[in-house]
Write a protein of this length. Structure first.
Length: 116
């Protein structure tokens, strides 16, 4: 099983980034997909969720209206489009596959730094 995140980087406030998480080794379309983030000295925070078929999404209040989660089951990939980035969005971003009966898998994360 592998989940490989990419797309992070150093950007200025107000910029956009799109994170990708490519998955392999499991039936991607069966799992809901989640993006988490963890800033230094803070607990890991759930940022966004998308159901297995992509029909429903949910977001943390801190990113609602700025971030969009989406998925392409044909490519085994989940995305996180991040707009209007703020310094407080600085964190390491992780994707997670989750199924309530099977459990879940984590990626290694990608660093996002928002700074002027």
């Amino acid at each position: 099983v592998q989940l490989v995140e990419s797309g992070g980087g150093l950007v200025q406030p107000g910029a956009s980034l799109r994170l990708s998480c490519v998955s392999s080794g499991f039936t991607f379309s069966r799992y809901s997909m989640r993006w988490y983030r963890q800033a230094p000295g803070k607990e890991r925070e759930l940022v966004a969720v998308i159901t297995s078929a992509g029909g429903s999404t949910n977001y943390a209040d801190s990113v609602k209206g700025r971030f969009t989660i989406s998925r392409d089951n044909a490519k085994n990939t989940v995305y996180l489009q991040m707009n209007s980035l703020k310094p407080e969005d600085t964190a390491r971003y992780y994707c997670r596959a989750w199924d309530a009966t099977i459990g879940g898998y984590w990626g290694q994360g990608t660093q996002v730094t928002v700074s002027s």
